[in-house]
Design a protein around this ligand. Structure first.
Ligand code: GDP
Length: 422
């Protein structure tokens, strides 16, 4: 038993106090420096009908004008009838830390009269990114893997105040096993506080009913109370009710804020009293970006093993077991013997087949010989009859018929000799 054999080794660990500074306490700093040098990357997908504020939110989240202001299609121009997949990448930097940010937009999703299967191009895009990664992993040279996998998918829910629509449920049901889903209530400034609360409750009930797994900030036992508190506060806000705006506005009390100005006041994007934008940003960027990436790895592994299983590759669990040499030798011998007897049986079968074929051939030539013999005998008897007839004619003094002339018997003899020779 492996675990039993390992247990003494585990119990041998002795806690020691170090006499001086060794230096491995510096390991986190080494990792930190290396990561900063290498830079980070993050791929985020945004899904929702057009006009729900996707581009505004991305610009607000990363404080960049990643998306240029959209130009409306001209009246009468033909609109696309399919969901597109568009990548926008930018290298952004904050305090010397570089982040390669890629936003995957899905223009057209939910914009049609019939939105059945509008999730298909999105599922295909996510899977093909997994496939690309898998293909790179299987290469001989895997020194540098290009990772395009989607780390998070912000799903924009229309601020209807009712509950999830069929298209929302269908989309999330298909995507939740392939991507970290972050549902958000778009343009939440269009709903009152109570409406947002009851809408959130209904959305969560729908999500639970349909067994949809959304990304939640995980809480670890080792973490300090403050972090646990922070995480539970983040979780309590899911699905985040957000407001997006990149505009800076002066408030009545003289502050400059990012927000949206209305005749009755200003909605502040970064004010937790007004919306959950800061909580979304905290989770996605400040505290759980690495968690999202790690979880992407888990989703990828699930996808990978499912794909391998579908291809008929099964992980050999015995590889991980400790191998008993005697048992292995016995197993090998049994396998060898089985192989030998199989070969012997096959050879026997081939031999039998060959013998049968030979016998059949011999039988056939024997029959042919008999037939020939019979034929020859009949023809000789016929000739003898003819000769007897001639002899009788000669003896009785009757002349032979002209065509059978004097050489008749001779020619018959010749013929018969010729026949015998052949
Ligand atoms: P997209 O098509 O989903 O990318 O939507 P846009 O970001 O282009 O936004 C469409 C319109 O909605 C623009 O006029 C935005 O100013 C506005 N908008 C964006 N976010 C919000 C929001 O949180 N609240 C409100 N009321 N309007 C918003």
């Amino acid at each position: 038993n492996v675990s039993k054999e390992q247990s003494p080794a585990v119990s041998n660990i002795v806690r020691k106090k170090l006499g001086g500074f060794v230096g491995f306490a510096n390991l986190p700093n080494q990792v930190h420096r290396k990561s900063v040098r290498k830079g980070f990357s993050f791929t985020c997908m945004v899904v929702g009908e057009s006009g729900l504020g996707k581009s505004t939110l991305v610009n607000t989240l990363f404080e960049t004008s990643l998306y240029q202001p959209k130009t409306l299609p001209e009246l009468g121009s033909e609109l696309s009838s399919t969901v597109g997949i568009e990548n926008i990448s930018a290298d952004i930097e904050e305090n010397g830390v570089r982040l390669k940010l890629t936003v995957v937009d899905t223009p057209g999703f939910g914009d049609f009269i019939n939105n059945d299967s509008s999730w298909d191009p999105i599922v295909t895009s996510i899977e093909s990114r997994f496939d690309q990664y898998l293909e790179q992993e299987n290469r001989v040279n895997r020194a540098k893997l290009n990772d395009n996998r989607v780390n998070a998918c912000i799903y924009f829910i229309q601020p209807t105040g009712h509950s999830l629509r069929q298209v929302d449920i269908e989309f999330m049901r298909r995507l939740h096993t392939k991507v970290n889903l972050i549902p958000v209530i778009a343009k939440s400034d269009t709903l009152s506080e109570e409406e947002v609360d009851s809408f959130k409750r209904r959305i969560l009930a729908d999500i639970e009913y349909h067994k949809i797994e959304i990304f939640k900030a995980p809480a670890y036992e080792m973490e300090d109370d403050e972090t646990i508190q922070e995480n539970s506060e983040i979780e309590s806000k899911i699905p985040f009710a957000i407001v997006g705006s990149t505009q800076t506005i002066q408030t009545g009390d003289g502050r400059s804020v990012r927000g949206r100005s209305y005749p009755w006041g200003v909605v502040e994007v970064d004010n937790e009293e007004h919306c959950d934008f800061t909580k979304l940003r905290q989770m996605m960027i400040r505290t759980h970006m690495e968690e999202l990436k790690e979880n992407t790895g888990i989703l990828y592994e699930n996808y990978r093993s499912e794909k391998m299983l579908a291809m008929g590759v099964q992980q050999d669990a015995t590889v991980f077991k400790e191998v008993n040499p005697t048992a292995k030798a016995v197993e090998e011998k049994t396998l060898h013997d089985a192989k030998l007897s199989k070969m012997e049986a096959e050879m026997k079968l081939v031999f039998q087949q060959k013998v049968q074929e030979k016998e059949a051939k011999l039988r056939q030539s024997e029959e042919e010989l008999y037939a020939r013999h019979r034929e020859m005998k009949e023809s000789l008897e016929k000739q003898r009859g003819e000769l007897d007839d001639k002899r009788r004619r000669l003896e009785s003094g009757r002349p032979l018929t002209p065509e059978r002339g004097g050489g008749g018997a001779q020619s018959t003899q010749k013929k018969s000799r010729g026949f015998l020779r052949s």
